[in-house]
Design a protein around this ligand. Structure first.
Ligand code: GUN
Length: 301
């Protein structure tokens, strides 16, 4: 029997409705949330993500600015651009699309963003709040999207063994921290695997919930998955496909066709985690505008 396919769009649509309601409340206060997306260089995958973010803003009525800088854009100029956006009241959220070219120090860039505008939740202040489990910070879009996808599809993670393959700062590490936290949508037992893990399959096969986020097409084969597991595929890998009009297509890190015969449920690529990432970013932008409103309102007397 084939696995249930966990589509991202219906859940993203539920969250979109909530965002629209919150946007209407902000509108009553005369506020339109604003997002600035900075991209340095011309990486085709990044360019398509940046376009999708701009389109999502447009569809929701979020004000957006997309700043495309050449690949030789100096680090100092980038820090200056961020500083201007930090002080721009129309902008509530600032995002620098990763990866950035090698001459730019990622940690300087991340730390230059005002933590209250850090809708990616990459700033050490927000990473720290997330790790402690302090509720008022931003949560990173992809891990938060995965958590919502599981919860809203009725997959309880409490007490389950979640195996995460990949230890990136964007997905693996924060997802591990969020799912091991006390509370709703969490309380899991988490194992993190990575490139130095020995005998990967012997660990992934123990997972009740398996998340793969490494960016290697077909890494997870059917014999690495437990019968009845829930499989979340975060990979988005471009592979040659002469049968498609573009000559390529996107696949995940999981051998979808084989694994869907063993798993209880699996996310497709595209259409699984991807739509969740974008909507969670939009939600963080609205949250940033709400935070700014609260700060300006000051204490009630
Ligand atoms: N590159 C891949 N994922 C992300 C993300 O969530 N945010 C940013 N800024 N860059 C990325």
């Amino acid at each position: 029997m084939g696995a249930r396919i966990i589509e991202g769009r219906p859940v993203a649509e539920e969250i979109r409705k909530d965002i629209i309601r919150r946007m209407a409340e902000l509108q009553l206060e005369g506020i339109t949330p604003g997002l600035a997306v900075i991209m340095v260089g011309d990486d085709p995958a990044s360019s398509s993500y940046v376009k999708m973010k701009g389109k999502a803003c447009q569809e929701l009525g979020i004000y957006s600015q997309t700043l495309r800088m050449p690949s030789n854009y100096p680090e100092e100029a980038l820090l200056h651009t961020i500083d201007e956006l930090n002080r721009n009241p129309r902008i509530n959220g600032i995002l620098v699309q990763m990866p950035v070219p090698g001459h730019i120090d990622v940690s300087k860039v991340v730390q230059a963003i005002d933590p209250d505008k850090d809708v990616d939740a990459f700033h050490p202040v927000n990473v720290g709040k997330m790790l402690i489990g302090e509720g008022d910070g931003f949560l990173p879009a992809t891990p938060h999207g995965i958590q919502e996808l599981l919860m809203r599809n009725g997959y309880e993670v409490a007490g389950k063994h979640v195996v995460i393959v990949g230890r990136s700062n964007i997905v693996g590490k924060p997802l591990a921290a969020m799912l091991m936290q006390k509370g709703e949508g969490a309380d899991a037992t988490v194992t993190v695997c990575h490139s130095r893990t020995r005998d990967l399959g012997s660990i992934t096969v123990q997972a009740d919930i398996l998340v793969c986020a490494v960016g290697r097409a077909g890494l997870i084969k059917a014999d690495m998955v437990k019968e009845g597991a829930v499989v979340i595929d975060v990979g988005s890998n471009r592979v040659q496909d002469p049968s498609s009009a573009r000559g390529y297509r996107f696949v995940g890190d999981v051998d979808f066709e084989a694994v869907k015969e063993r798993a209880a449920a699996i996310t497709p690529v595209p259409g699984g985690v991807g739509p969740m990432t974008i909507i969670m970013l939009m939600q963080n932008t609205v949250l940033a505008a709400e935070k700014a409103l609260k700060q300006h309102a000051g204490p009630k007397v």
